[in-house]
Design a protein around this ligand. Structure first.
Ligand SMILES: Cc1cc2nc3c(=O)[nH]c(=O)nc-3n(C[C@H](O)[C@H](O)[C@H](O)COP(=O)(O)OP(=O)(O)OC[C@H]3O[C@@H](n4cnc5c(N)ncnc54)[C@H](O)[C@@H]3O)c2cc1C
Ligand SMILES: NC(=O)c1ccc[n+]([C@@H]2O[C@H](COP(=O)([O-])OP(=O)(O)OC[C@H]3O[C@@H](n4cnc5c(N)ncnc54)[C@H](O)[C@@H]3O)[C@@H](O)[C@H]2O)c1
Length: 482
């Protein structure tokens, strides 16, 4: 197939969140751009990621709260689940979000947009699936990621699904075996369970979400296992497509009896793989890491000292929406400036899992600090007796914060608990401002609020760093139950 050949200043492969950010920045330096998209417009986040998953979680949480009504002394029954209505809202709202993205793309200059898959022929040349050839002075790889599917899952045949399938359902299924207790598996597994779907969550090596702190992980394992069948360290012996669905033969723990269960679907949530193995990188002179990702500088997004940049999930570094957006803009800016590439500081790392209780990680993780041999102190708090959390009957949680013994600075934290999407933001902001734990404790804390739990963890950290008094056990001047 021979097609047209065209030269541009900047070619961007992928029109997801990072590609769109890159485009907006690149546009400031040139009108000679090719913005290439092989799949559907609309972004992973809006189509099959962040937004539809949160849309499915919302009714599950609302219904779950109703299960607590009787504990408050409220009479009434837990509402029935109307799977068709729930999925209709998920699809409609998702389409609304996707519509906003498409409106943005509609406003992009038509002469810049190309719908085709791109592959490198050499460092400056891309071949397109429509037969055309693009040569470019600078190239941005913003190709995102796709679900990683272990070969054994193919035994589930047509009953193997991923997040790409879930949000197009017309109705909720009766049962789902969720594989992978990472972020996606936890969010979707717990949600489906709460919507009345029979769920078994199959994990590996007792991993749970992004947690690396063994104490927080143990708390999370205990909490989720108390709610639904979660085989965090089981052994799956066979996966088989049977007439009624997919049959899983497994041991719930290595010493348990083998058992079989049949599910409507097997949902693979076993990590994501960067879309860089299928874009002809072998035809370039780019240096690749052991994982096959081009070696790049996260402060500039530049691959080695080349004219090629990589942003978003494609670099497999911090595969989150706000990072994809920041990285895309930086890649676009630097592609425009090349060869005068500049560095920009990155934000404090912040991750939230929208499970219930929510899991959050901020700053340096327990593993990072331990592996680097950094001398750090740990403060902690349980939310089980935290005043406001108990009032609201959301008193499940455990937070561990890490501080620099030498400087007194807050370094990071791992946590599970109520309203932790908000507490994690406060922590990330203070870390980014390089505040010491003592400084943070000078900030106002209202009463009675869940933030008072955070204050207890900070006080415990201050003491662990040898920088403060023993935290008051029952801080009556903080208000009852603080
Ligand atoms: C179920 C789920 C839930 C999530 N929830 C959250 C959340 O709550 N919060 C959060 O921060 N993050 C969340 N994420 C992660 C977030 O969605 C991603 O980090 C983000 O969307 C990545 O953006 P991107 O631009 O790198 O990739 P994408 O948006 O996937 O864009 C990449 C684009 O490149 C195109 N492409 C690929 N290869 C080629 C090629 N060879 N030629 C041309 N085009 C190509 C693709 O078709 C795609 O459109 C979630 C992800 C999933 C899957
Ligand atoms: N709330 C959010 O911000 C959010 C939500 C969803 C996804 N995401 C992003 O998407 C990325 C991908 O999510 P994910 O959950 O697919 O990946 P993940 O890396 O978070 O988790 C994958 C899990 O699968 C397990 N696993 C691997 N092979 C397995 C097997 N054969 N059987 C059982 N378990 C197995 C791993 O041990 C790991 O715990 C996340 O890292 C995150 O960046 C973010």
């Amino acid at each position: 197939m021979s097609g047209m050949s065209r030269h541009v200043d900047i070619a961007i492969i992928g029109t997801g969140t990072s590609g769109m950010g890159a485009y907006r920045e690149a546009r400031k330096s040139t009108d000679s751009i090719a913005l290439i998209e092989g799949g559907e417009y609309g972004t992973t986040c809006a189509r099959v990621g962040c937004m539809p998953s949160k849309l499915l979680i919302a009714p599950a949480e609302a219904r779950h709260r109703a299960e607590y009504f009787s504990k408050f002394g409220l009479k009434g029954t837990v509402p029935d689940v109307d799977g068709i209505a729930i999925m209709k809202r998920v699809r409609e709202e998702r389409d609304r979000f996707v519509g906003f993205v498409k409106e943005d793309i509609n406003d992009f200059d038509p002469k810049h947009k190309i719908q085709a898959y791109a592959e490198f022929v050499d460092d400056n040349t891309l071949t397109l699936s429509n037969g055309d050839l693009i040569t470019a002075g600078r190239i941005i790889i913003a190709t995102g990621s796709r679900p990683n599917i272990p070969a054994i899952f193919n035994e589930a045949e047509d009953r193997l699904i991923t997040n790409d399938d879930v949000f197009s359902w017309q109705d909720l299924p009766k049962s789902v075996a969720v594989f992978g207790a990472g972020v996606i598996g936890l969010e979707l597994g717990q949600t489906l369970h709460r919507l009345g779907v029979k769920v078994h969550l199959f994990g590996a090596r007792d991993a749970v979400g992004p947690l690396s702190d063994p104490e927080v992980r143990d708390y999370a394992l205990k909490t989720f296992k108390a709610e639904f069948p979660f085989h965090s360290n089981g052994q799956v012996n066979k996966i088989q497509r049977v007439e009624t669905g997919v049959q899983i033969t497994f041991k719930a723990t290595p010493d348990a009896e083998e058992q079989t269960e049949v599910f409507d679907y097997l949902l693979a949530a076993t990590g994501r793989r960067a879309n860089v193995d299928n874009i002809g990188l072998e035809n370039t002179t780019l240096k690749l890491s052991e994982r096959g990702i081009p070696v790049y500088n996260p402060l500039s997004m530049q691959c080695s000292d080349s004219h090629i940049f990589i942003a978003g999930d494609a670099n497999a570094d911090i595969p989150l929406l706000h990072e994809a957006s920041d990285e895309g803009r930086l890649a676009g800016e630097n592609a425009g400036r090349y060869p005068n590439v500049i560095h920009r500081s990155r934000k404090t790392v912040l991750g939230v899992v929208f499970s219930d209780p929510q899991i959050a990680t901020v700053g340096k993780s327990f593993n990072q600090l331990t592996e680097k041999g950094i001398d750090f102190a740990v403060g902690s708090v349980s939310f089980e007796n935290q005043g406001r959390s108990r009032v609201m009957l959301v008193n499940k949680g455990f937070m561990r914060l890490y501080g620099d013994t030498e400087t007194g600075a807050l370094l990071g934290g791992e946590m599970i608990g109520p309203s932790h999407e908000h507490l994690a933001h406060l922590l990330a902001w203070t870390i980014q401002m390089r505040m010491t734990v003592e400084d943070i404790l000078q900030m106002p804390f209202y009463h009675p609020v869940i933030e008072e739990g955070l204050r207890s963890a900070l006080r415990s950290l201050l003491q662990a760093m040898g920088r403060g008094p023993q935290p008051p056990l029952h801080c009556i001047d903080c208000g009852p139950g603080a």
